[in-house]
Design a protein around this ligand. Structure first.
Ligand SMILES: *[C@@H]1O[C@H](CO)[C@@H](O)[C@H](O)[C@H]1NC(C)=O
Length: 400
């Protein structure tokens, strides 16, 4: 699948200023259109999950427009709703949303919500895709102006959603898949949570099957560091042979310090550069050339529920950016900046006993988008590249 226009692939955050001047005249012309800002192909993002994930995708897409040169003078009064649809699924932690959520989704998602079944079915997905397609054919003159959806969803290490996503009808209707892996980490020491080997092995095997059916450069995978390390230890980290990109790249959140899990707002891409021709460890993730690119974003400590929502937001933002062809490091910068905003501005309140507690996500306005943009530019300048980062973390976590 080729969704890289030459345009996007050169627009890393580094090039923003140079690129801005080139684009100015075109942007001015298009200033108040709610349609496409550039003559670039548009991809709807379909989120099978929670309101926070859908909102995060919209925030990331809007930030991307700013990074690509949309200037303050040329903006509509409020950030335009983005080409995002939500197929809502029951929340993993039964978290309720505050009352503001409906208007928030209305203002940020152009396609709004579709009825999601639980568990999701092939038919349910196809209906949503058709709905989105009908909508797109009304707003765009030519079918070449838009492509198949970018699909983002979270999957648990034990759930079998992957086989639904791998169904041929679904696969052929989607331009890009983003997966956020939740796994059931269990306590394995003081302050230490890890994924049991058997589960890591099972997860890796099912991911491998999913990737084997994929086309080039069509999948992004996000997960926490302990899950990644557990798959390494189980010798089941899937190998993508191009499906994850030119190298096998994963978006990894959380960190490990002195053998303990910490969520300090940092995240990294871990890339493996396999050489399948080299029998001396060329296809071994712990021996082949690999590196991590660590991104540090502002960190606020918040309620664990807010942290959870922020991590979901991180993965959805990463998928949206990768689906539009942004490189992994820049995508990660956008994702961690969206996460930082969720941690900073999201709130969680326990109401009276008996009624569910409620999460309120950050608002969708220019202040928020500007803050995300600013965090992106800061974090992009401070990316730390480290050879063999996962090897090092592996040992630090006590695996041998
Ligand atoms: C894909 O899903 C459709 C609809 O549920 C089903 O009829 C078909 O058999 C599935 N294909 C595969 C290969 O499982």
């Amino acid at each position: 699948m080729v969704i890289f226009s030459a345009l996007i692939s050169v627009v890393t955050l580094h090039h923003v200023s140079a690129f801005t001047s080139l684009q100015n005249s075109q942007i001015r012309r298009n200033a108040f259109r709610s349609g496409p800002l550039y003559a670039e192909k548009k991809y709807p993002v379909v989120v099978v999950g929670t309101p926070s994930e859908a909102l995060a995708a919209s925030m990331a897409l809007c930030t991307r427009e700013v990074l690509n040169g949309l200037e303050k003078d040329d903006r509509p009064p409020v950030p335009p709703p983005q080409l995002v649809a939500l197929l809502q699924q029951p929340h993993r932690h039964q978290i309720a949303m505050s009352e503001e959520i409906d208007s928030l989704l209305q203002n940020s998602l152009l396609f709004g919500q579709y009825q999601g079944t639980s568990p999701i079915t092939v038919q349910n997905l196809m209906e949503a895709f058709n709905g989105v397609e009908n909508f797109l054919s009304c707003i765009y003159d030519r079918s070449e102006d838009y492509g198949n959806p970018i699909l983002h969803t979270a999957t648990e290490s034990r759930a079998d959603k992957l086989s639904i996503l791998a169904n041929e009808s679904v696969r052929n209707s989607v331009s890009y898949f983003g997966l956020n892996l939740y796994s059931n980490l269990v306590q394995s020491g003081e302050g230490k949570f890890s994924l049991p080997k058997e589960e890591a092995s099972d997860l890796g095997t099912r991911l491998q099957t999913f990737l084997d059916a994929g086309s080039m450069d069509s999948v992004a995978i996000s997960m926490d560091l302990p899950t990644h390390l557990a798959m390494l230890q189980a010798n089941r980290l899937p190998k993508s042979r191009g499906v994850l990109g030119s190298t096998d790249v994963f978006a990894i959140r959380d960190d490990i310090q002195e053998g303990r899990n910490v969520d300090d707002g940092s995240s990294m891409t871990i890339e493996y550069n396999y050489d399948y021709e080299n029998p001396m460890g060329g296809s071994d993730p712990l021996l082949c050339p690999s590196y991590g690119n660590c991104v540090v974003a502002p960190n606020t400590i918040n309620h664990p529920v807010v942290q959870f929502e922020a991590n979901s937001a991180h993965a959805a933002a990463y998928t949206a950016m990768r689906g539009y062809g942004m490189n992994p490091i820049s995508s990660l910068c956008v994702a961690s900046s969206v996460k930082a905003i969720f941690k900073e501005m999201g709130s969680f309140e326990s109401v009276e006993t008996g009624s569910p507690a409620r999460f309120t996500p950050p608002p969708y306005n220019w202040d928020v988008i500007d803050r995300i943009t600013e965090y992106c530019c800061q974090s992009r300048q401070n990316v730390v590249k480290e050879e063999g980062a996962s090897r090092k973390k592996y040992r630090e976590f006590g695996y041998k």
